[in-house]
Design a binder for this molecule. Sequence first.
Ligand code: CP
Length: 351
Amino acid sequence: MRSWPHKHIISLANFSKEDYEQLLTLADKFNSNKENRIKKIPFLEGYLVTSLFFEASTRTRNSFELAAKRLSAEVQTFNSTSSSMSKGETDIDTALTYASMGSNIIIIRHSSSNGPLKIAQKIDHKKITTSIINAGDGLNGHPSQGLLDLYTLINFFSPNKINPSVLNSKNILIVGDVLHSRVARSNILALSAFGANITLCGPEELVPYEMKNFINSTYLNQLKDPIKNRGGIRISRSLQKSISNTDAIIILRLQKERMNQNYLDCLNSYSTYYCLTLDKLKLNKKELPVLHPGPVNRDIEISSKVVDEYKNCLINKQIKNGIAIRMAMLFLTSQYQDLIQSNFNPSVKKP
Ligand code: CP
């Protein structure tokens, strides 16, 4: 098996095609467990995994914890309301406390863009072996969501075999609050890596024209984009027009908690133009797959009928796939740690 090259998973910006393929293939193996009762797998036996969520979460937190438990890790959960942060302890010192308790992998959700990166840099500076996985940071990125959406779409278009090249030249429409969405940023990186063309659709307040240059701006201060021949990004203001020419739709949540009153006033008519309804879906002859990362604002960005009645609404599949993707992320991260600590035992750990 190829050695996993990343100590931390902070962003998809440094993922190569081989990284994506290795992770997706492994996730697919974890996902193929069809039995009703799920047996634990001993790959993370002896590992301590900590979920350190400074922001609310239902899906990401619980599926990471479930993924760690299914791999037989010990799981430790941080509770923000009863923690010593109420006495003034910083986020970095909180993370270092868990690292000192022996946590091998800390999964961090943070309200600040680059919050998990800063913690990972501190950990590396102190030569601590703990790995950090970003579970969503500010407006920056949500790698596990990007990966599970990538997996869900590949699985839709190529159900019998994980074949990422099936996305080449597909048109993917991402609709809504792109400006405040870390999910959109990770989706763009993951989907364009396999040649999908992305259309970002929404009003100017939520889809600024500059988002067209998102990929170039991502690599402005970094060494090099590991992906050659990415798909492109277009901007659209009309959902009705764009829908006829797309192969898949990702609807984003309106992130009201990150908006000021001016934004909300501008968005009074949002649902009329941008809420995905069954009528709008009929503008495309195909039965398009529809994704939404959750949580859903019903009848604001997506109608209840699409969520509950539309055959190819894949929200439940996304949630299920999220567990397998996060198992793969945890396993590969643990494999990196085993390698650097020179006690890797492939006979035990190979899936
Ligand atoms: N998609 C997502 O990040 O959901 P949660 O906020 O519930 O984790």
